[in-house]
Design a protein around this ligand. Structure first.
Ligand code: URP
Ligand code: ZN
Ligand code: ZN
Length: 464
């Protein structure tokens, strides 16, 4: 099967030009000002942007958490991702405490295999790492799992102590792999939470009010210090606030290999959502929590200046009815997380390009190329180039949509609300190709399934 995308404006992290792009099989095989070649299928991209498919480096599909399981599995989640212009995601496999990380990986392979419509990789969530288990980290890397997430938050669940952090960091560094860090001082937060509950403060907003930004900043500071000593590249996930970003800037200024992601929710939403009537604030109970609005400008500036390298969703959806309501009367029991996988590309185009905060190139960089480079997918993914996978989005820069759970163009996630309900956005995916297959066209699913596990390269290595 060959596809010729004609007359589009090709945007990568570095380039911006008008060209035709030829796809043969799974790869991009020719790019030229005018390609006079036969193709099975011709897509007219006049007036459209031709961009590398989005890469979401942070999702939680089919994840058991908070006494329930995230509402999107690999079937619904990857389908929704394709509708939104994301053609690769990196999900989090989880090690069951006391058991092998390799067994955890097998569990996540079984969840995804045969279900995914787009390509995917896995980070491994490490929940304990005694000395004798350390060789598993190399086995994981050999199997294409070249990044590990550890938690300073959620004591008793995913939390690990600083000794475990150091052991895992050191070995990950030796193996040429990367650490992803959930940086928040969960031990102190737990004390604040206990006090709130004792005082009868049980509504959703207390999830946010018991998690001060200082405790995120402290976690970021500590993670950077440990990574510096252990000599491992560090990636702070879901950075939410100015306090935490200051610590990343300080680390980078002294030469530590630390980078970070933020998420659309921290760029577009804020603490006031928790103040909504009744229990509605539970929709946005996530960790870190939404912050005071002024933080948003600081995060956008961080993206502009390069202190923040990537935007991922932390997509972890729980239905309002039947899942979030587990926490009526006790915010601790509200499952943490919110949906967003499908909305990321369009929200970021709107906030970055339409609202004139970032260039087109930077938009592509923070939604695709940086993730590919950081997590061993580049240049197979994350760019438009001869030899790269034909993960391509023909993006309409003028199309307007109002995001909402009842809008058939913006909501294919298996969750009963939208975190961005009523947001008016400009810029929307028109045609989405995953390894040369037209997945979505004109708002309709053209193909389903066929997503593959991608063995990612180690830090600094290319993937072809
Ligand atoms: O609230 C969140 N973020 N849920 C997902 C788990 C995590 O910490 O990333
Ligand atoms: Zn986290
Ligand atoms: Zn997460």
């Amino acid at each position: 099967m060959s596809v010729l995308i004609k007359n589009g404006r090709v945007i990568t992290a570095t380039d911006d030009y008008f060209a035709d792009v030829l796809v043969e099989g799974e790869k991009i095989t020719q790019i030229g000002a005018t390609l006079d070649v036969h193709a099975d299928r011709v897509i007219d991209a006049t007036g459209k942007l031709v961009i590398p498919g989005g890469i979401d480096a942070h999702t939680h599909l089919d994840m058991p958490f908070g006494g329930t399981t995230s509402a999107d599995d690999f079937e619904s989640g990857t389908r929704a991702a394709a509708f939104g212009g994301t053609t690769t995601l990196i999900d989090f496999a989880i090690q069951t405490k006391g058991q092998s990380t390799l067994a955890g990986l097998d569990t996540w392979h079984a969840k995804a295999e045969g279900k995914a419509s787009i390509d995917y990789g896995f980070h491994m969530i490490v929940t304990d790492m005694p000395e004798e288990r350390l060789p598993e980290l190399e086995r994981l890397a050999e199997q294409g799992v070249t990044s590990y997430k550890l938690f300073m938050a959620y004591p008793g669940v995913l939390y690990v102590d600083d000794g475990t952090l150091y052991r895992a960091f050191r070995r990950a560094g030796e193996n040429g792999t990367r650490i992803c860090m959930h940086a928040e001082n969960g031990i102190v937060i737990d004390e604040i939470v206990k006090q709130a509950i004792a005082d009868g403060k049980v509504e959703p907003k207390y999830h946010a009010l018991t998690r001060p930004t200082r405790m995120e900043a402290e976690g970021v500071h500590r993670a950077i210090a440990i990574a510096e000593v252990a000599n491992v590249p560090l990636y702070i996930v879901h950075l939410s606030c100015a306090d935490a970003l200051d610590e990343v800037k300080r680390g980078r200024a002294r030469g530590v290999d630390v980078t970070c992601e933020t998420c659309p929710q921290y760029l577009f939403l804020d603490y006031s959502y928790y103040e909504r009537e009744g229990f509605e604030g539970a929709k946005w109970v996530m960790t870190p929590a939404l912050r005071e609005k002024w933080n948003q400008d600081v995060l956008w500036k961080g993206l502009e200046l390069g202190h923040i390298g990537n935007v991922a969703t932390d997509h972890c959806p729980f239905c309002f009815k039947g899942q979030k309501d587990l926490g009526v009367g006790d915010f601790r029991k509200i499952p943490n997380g919110a949906p967003g996988l499908e909305n990321r590309m369009t929200l970021m185009y709107h906030g970055a390009v339409v609202q004139k905060r970032l260039s087109l190139n930077r938009w592509v960089e923070i939604t695709s190329t940086t993730a590919a480079k950081t997590f061993g997918l580049f240049p197979k993914k994350g760019t438009i180039a001869v030899g790269s996978d034909a993960d391509i989005v023909v993006f309409d820069p003028n199309r307007k949509e109002t995001i909402g759970v009842n809008n058939p163009f913006t909501h294919h996630m298996r969750v009963d609300f939208s975190a961005y309900e009523g947001f008016q956005v400009q810029g929307f995916s028109d045609v989405v190709l995953s390894r040369g297959r037209v997945m979505v066209e004109g708002g309709k699913l053209a193909t389903e399934g066929g997503g593959r596990f991608i063995k990612r390269a180690r830090v600094g290595e290319l993937l072809r």
